[in-house]
Design a protein around this ligand. Sequence first.
Ligand SMILES: Nc1ncnc2c1ncn2[C@@H]1O[C@H](COP(=O)(O)OP(=O)(O)OP(=O)(O)O)[C@@H](O)[C@H]1O
Length: 304
Amino acid sequence: MIEATELTKRYGERTAVDGLSFTVRPGRVTGFLGPNGAGKSTTMRLILGLDTPTSGTVRVGGRRYRELVAPLRVVGSLLDAGGVHGGRSAHAHLAGLAASNGIPRRRVDEVLATVGLDPATARRRTRGFSLGMGQRLGIACALLGEPEVLLLDEPVNGLDTEGIRWIRGLMRSLAAEGRTVFLSSHLMSEMELTADHLIVIGRGRLLADTGMREFIESNSRARTLVRAAEAERLRDVLDAAGASVRLDARGGWLVDGLDAPTIGALARAHDLTLHELAPRRSSLEDVYTAMAAGAGDYRTEVAS
Ligand SMILES: Nc1ncnc2c1ncn2[C@@H]1O[C@H](COP(=O)(O)OP(=O)(O)OP(=O)(O)O)[C@@H](O)[C@H]1O
């Protein structure tokens, strides 16, 4: 569990985090969304005690980070894409971390297996690691102490499809084990597939703290995809009925303002043969973009 209470961080005149209160609960993946500069990384640094709040508090597992006796056993994190690079091997790096944090050495081989770094690769210097391998090592470090809480800032940045799918599966299985998983990403489609819950911020302030499905359903607009052989005539009919009609990227018309039964009835009345008539559910990206456009100061953030 992560609990932020009236968390505020100012850097000189600039307020990066502004009275933020939220709880990240165990047993689910919570996504952390906000445009560039919204304060996500600052919040994550505050959670991890890498920065001190100007006011307010944040607790991990019931304590402030700096009060934790064995932090790696309570919270694992991946903040910097690319993870660890250097002259030591992945194995040596993990063994050093384990020794200095009182973590049994057997965990080194266990986490290497979990993240899919084979023994030969794990003995190589990390300097030559690809982004994906570095990311796997970073996650191995985060998992080393079997922490209850995991915090990941843009974990899929720069990863290929296979790597992205792997991280998604791992996050979901960690949450299923009852852990608290808190993750930021700008990739909306990926976030929609991975997270159960969302915390959305803009200009350091809380905009939403809600379930993923709830967030999408309560903010989505009914749309319908419709396709007919006589595409132009269909468009004229829809226009005349007052709908907003635009071309869908994959062909057909995307209609706002009329539901599927109404469109079906209109087509019949005008003797149009439909080839497709499908209600379209909004995606997280649709809803998030609309929310950004609707919130005044939020839009400025998006544009910056
Ligand atoms: N060490 C710092 N000194 C001064 N200003 C900072 C510092 N760290 C962050 N800021 C400012 O605080 C605000 C929030 O930044 P932060 O990096 O937390 O946002 P973010 O949501 O993580 O953005 P991004 O999505 O681009 O990573 C920004 O305006 C940033 O310029």
